[in-house]
Design a protein. Sequence first.
Length: 364
Amino acid sequence: MHLKRPTLLIDKQKCLANIRLFVVKAVKYNLRFRPHFKTHQSAEVGSWFREFGIDKITVSSVMMAEYFAKNGWNDITIAFPVNIAETDEINILAKQIKLNLLVENVEAVGSLSRTLKNPVGVYVKIDTGYHRSGIEVEKYDAIADLINIIRRAENLNFKGLLAHNGLTYLQSTPDAICKVHDESLTKLKRLKDSLKKAGINPEISIGDTPAVSLCRNFEDVDEIRPGNFVFYDLIQQELGVCRYDQIAVALACPIVAVHVERLEVVIWGGAAHLSKEALNDEGGGKVFGKVVLLDKFGWTLPLDGTFVKSVSQEHGIIKTTPEHIDKFSPGVFIGILPVHSCLTTIMIKEILTLNGEVIHTMNC
C-alpha cells in the first residue's frame, strides 16, 4: 500500500462484524433494522449491508437520498426535518422510490400537501429530552393535532413517531446510557397510549448507536436507525459502547517532524481531516485522536500516553512518551483513530481498504 497523503483506511472485516452484530440484535428483538448511512456515505459500503438482507435505509438529507436512490436503494427515510425549499427534488424522489419524510410543524405539512404530486410516508419528529429538534414528547394534544392534519392531507401517509435520544451521548457509563434510553421509551409509550385513545396507533422509530448497542429494552419499538456503529470511533469507545478493536477506520497520516525534546510529533493531519471534535484527557487537555501503528494486518491498539493533542487546519500535534518517541520518524505513516468517524469520513471523502481498493463516498 503506497500512501502519499492523509488517507482514511477501512477494515472491511470489522465493518462486516459490526453490521452482523446489529442484524442479530434486530432479529432477536423483532425490530425493523433501517441503518443510517450518514456515517459512511458510500455506495460501496452500503452494498455490504445487502449481504445481510438489508433493503431499507436512513439518510440525513435529500442529496444523500438522491445518491443512494441512484445506487439502487428504493426504501429511504430522510431523518432530518423536511426542508420545504427542496420540494421539487422531493417530488422527483417520491416518484422513483418509497420515500419517508420527517416533520415537526404545520408549516412543513402545509407546504408538502400543497406541492407534492407523489405520495410520501411521514413521521413526526419527537423530542424526548435532548432538545435538538422535534415536538416535546409531553405535548400530546399538539402532536395529535399535527398527526390529524397529516392524515387529512393529500399524498401524505402518516407512518409514526421518530425520535433520536441524543442524551445517550452525554452519559459516562453503559448503565447511565440504558437508564436515559429506558426513560425515553417510557415517555414514548405514554405518548403512544394517549394517541391510541384518539384512534391513532403509530409506529415508533428510534435511533442512536449507544442505546442500540448496549440496551435490552425495546418495548413498543418497531424500528431502529443506528448509524455510527458501522465504523465506531473514540466517542463510542469512551462511552463504553465499543472496544478499540471494533473501530473500523483509522486515518493514516505522514509524519513531517519529530521534536524529541518536547516528546511531540508533527503530522499532516489536522482539523481539515479529523475535525475539531475532541475528548477531554485526564489532565484537562484535549484529545483529537489516538495514535496506532500501521502494520500488514491494519493497525495496532492505541499506544499508551500517545494522542493528538492539538490541530490546526493541516497540522496535527501528537504528544507521546519517552517509551514511544523512537517509534516516530519523518516520512513514516502512523494511524489516528478518529474521535468522530462521521465527520472524518465527510472531510476525507475517499476511503482505502486494507487491500488497496479505493472506496468513493458521495462527497467525491
